[in-house]
Design a protein around this ligand. Structure first.
Ligand code: XXG
Ligand code: FE2
Length: 330
């Protein structure tokens, strides 16, 4: 099993969210965050950032429950889809091979239930759409440029790290105790992450991170939210320790969490070495030393399995970061 070649993953490309009211979700994702509509139907909206030439970064689909239906990675070639099927099949995972024409905006899609309990899509072909870069006349809201990462809550961060290391992800930064991994940031594209794991009740989706061009986009978003008398800011604006990026976390009407994020750094050098933060370092999650709100450690979106049913969660065996952290929460 372990000598099977993993698929060559290029980067995270999309997340599909089940939302309970599509029109309310549109106000948040399109009007406030400023994602652009690539396509829509009576039950779904396909959205992208302005710098993307691929069809979607987010799919909103109206459903009974608020949940994450799938997380999509793009692979380098068609043959990598076969490698993905074989790699996850050999690990006893349920898989589905959806032929071209099944999924809107994407070609053949290999969908797997990974050993951590997440539904993961692998795609090679995606419909090309106009890259709206330089179309400043169309920019709006927080002016999201592209999807950057997902952050997942898992009961065993080490197991999640090991799975993604076997899939060829590099390790950018960690939060660790003497004998325990609490969180890890891992990448295929050469930035801090395509995926991060935080230990907690899981599997659940913690947030989707989106890249914006300027810190001012983040500050303007916070001002706009306040001016509209909305209460969807959860954490920030602030400066991360991990990643050194500037950030703001907001919650959509179904409490799905989005992070608006800018200016992390290049991780593609051959001698790149991960940065390891001590779990008691007060600057690890907020470089200014600010406290992390409790909901950041407790709340996350459920995930759906291949049949669309909610995946059961498990609690970590190890005491969590909130208990031993220096945020004053424990
Ligand atoms: O993207 C991120 C995060 O995963 O959202 C969280 C970078 C850093 C952090 S942390 O809260 O650890 O600073
Ligand atoms: Fe993030």
């Amino acid at each position: 099993m372990d000598d099977l070649q993993p698929p060559d993953i290029v980067r995270l490309v999309y997340v599909e969210l089940s939302v309970t009211d599509l029109e309310r979700a549109r106000e948040f994702w399109v009007d406030l965050l400023g994602l652009h509509v690539s396509e829509e139907s009576s039950s779904s909206i396909w959205l992208r950032g302005y710098s993307e030439a691929i069809h979607h970064n987010v799919i909103l689909t109206e459903g009974e429950v608020a949940a994450c239906s799938s997380i999509g990675y793009r692979v380098r070639s068609e043959a990598d889809l076969d490698l993905a099927l074989a790699w996850f099949g050999a690990r006893g995972c349920r898989t589905a091979d959806l032929p071209a024409g099944t999924r809107i905006g994407a070609g053949r899609t290999v969908r797997v239930e990974d050993p951590l309990g997440f539904t993961i899509d692998f795609v090679f072909e995606m419909d090309r759409v106009e890259r709206l870069l330089r179309r400043w006349d169309l920019y709006r809201g927080a002016e999201i440029a592209r999807i950057d990462h997902v952050n997942l809550v898992v009961p065993d961060a080490q197991a999640a790290h090991d799975q993604y290391a076997a899939l060829g992800f590099g390790l950018a930064e960690t939060i660790e105790g003497p004998d325990h991994l609490y969180a890890a940031w891992m990448f295929r594209k050469p930035t801090v992450h395509d995926v991060a794991f935080t230990e907690g009740e899981g599997p659940r989706l913690h947030h989707i991170g989106f890249d914006v061009g300027e810190r001012s986009n983040i500050l303007d978003l916070a001002d706009t939210i306040a001016a509209k008398n909305l209460t969807c800011i959860e954490r920030g604006p602030g400066r991360h320790g991990v990643s050194a990026a500037f950030y703001l976390y907001v919650r959509d009407p179904d409490e799905h969490r989005a992070e608006v994020y800018t200016t992390d750094y290049f991780t593609g050098d051959p001698d790149f070495e991960p940065l390891r933060w001590d779990v008691n370092d007060p600057r690890r999650r907020d470089f200014w030393g600010g406290q992390v709100v409790p909901s950041f450690y407790t709340d996350a979106s459920p995930v759906l399995d291949l049949d669309g049913d909610e995946v059961k969660t498990a609690e970590p065996e190890h005491a969590g970061e909130t208990v031993v952290g220096a945020d004053g929460l424990g």
